[in-house]
Ligand binder design. Sequence first.
Ligand SMILES: Nc1nc2c(ncn2[C@@H]2O[C@H](COP(=O)(O)OP(=O)(O)OP(=O)(O)O)[C@@H](O)[C@H]2O)c(=O)[nH]1
Ligand SMILES: [Mg+2]
Length: 400
Amino acid sequence: MFSTEKDIETAVLIALVTPKQTEEQTREYLAELEFLAETAGVKTVKTFVQRLERPDLNLFLGKGRFEDVMAYVIDQGIDLIICDDDLTGRQIRNMETAFQQRNKEVKIIDRSLLILNIFAMRAQSVQARTQVELAQQQYVLPRLTRMWTHLSRQRGGVGMRGPGEKELETDKRIANDRIAFLKDKLARIDRQAVTQRKNREQMVRVALVGYTNVGKSTLMRRLAKAEVFAENKLFATVDSTVRKVTIENIPFLLTDTVGFIRKLPTMLIESFKSTLDEVREADVLLHVVDVSHPGHEEQIQVVNQILAEIGAGDKPMILVFNKIDLYQPSPEMEFEAQEGNFSPIDFLKNTYLDTEKPKAIFISAEKKENIDELRQALLDLVKAKHFQIFPNWLEESNSY
Ligand SMILES: Nc1nc2c(ncn2[C@@H]2O[C@H](COP(=O)(O)OP(=O)(O)OP(=O)(O)O)[C@@H](O)[C@H]2O)c(=O)[nH]1
Ligand SMILES: [Mg+2]
């Protein structure tokens, strides 16, 4: 497939600064939203930010600011408006109507729908595809307007235009039937997966978890010497991969799984429950962090919160600070490190030496730095669990 400039859809991004969300946060979220759009093949042309108490109930932005956006979109022939927060059916309807009055067709979507689209593009297994479609249907149903219908029939594109109003009721019925069908199908796949997991050799299980694009699959390659797909795009991994790894004669199963993100649509978490079972049922978690990302502190919080939500919040864990080769300390940190005569990375390490926190290891999966230190730390945790399952392991393996 050849894509030319003309095929690439263009977008403007909209977001708010509110008492709950600082300007700096908004800027970071928009950078992430732009990366999400790029992953979906959409080029961001401009971003519009407004300071408001809360989103406007009718247009998300205030009327004046929305009109600025509308003028720009019409003038520049933009294809998409992408909102960083979830839009209600009412907001979408009102925006659409405003554009229709100006004879302009524009697709209006939000972060959740964009994420759902990326998942749909990425999902490979029948299970992942079914999970994504269920999440899409559940997301779209309460928001069905003319524009949002027939999403399930769409392929790859981002938010497609549907048929006329009169088909809306039929579409709602079709969506409900489809949801019931998909839930049923997933329940069946789930029963098979549970049986498969039961039949799997009884081994310690370790899961790689973390924010999207932090390097989980790259680390999986290093630890399992497996060919796992890694890419500088968001949600490169949607299906989970399991590999058997052995360190110093102790075997365990290592799972690479889907990355997390801020504002991960709830229905996506729900429909990915069985994929996330790999995380829930793991004995040990490797929480991978991209230390070179300016927002990594917040990313750690997001991941911990989702882990707690799925009931995996209190497992033995190692915090793996990855991409130390790209780490750039903030000017304040650099200053403090100099004051204390530390290298910036040692300074960073010291901030994580608190015993209350899980063990922290600093690595570069790409440049193969400190992988052995990580292996040792992981081995300690795996061993503890392993000897619970096989109390006689040493005697048995010595008797060979
Ligand atoms: N410089 C540098 N880049 C890295 C390192 N580890 C991973 N990367 C790059 O970061 C990008 C994302 O890596 P992945 O392994 O796909 O990340 P992931 O966490 O599996 O991402 P998702 O599956 O999308 O959630 C790729 O371009 C990797 O080459 C590292 O230690 N240093
Ligand atoms: Mg991955």
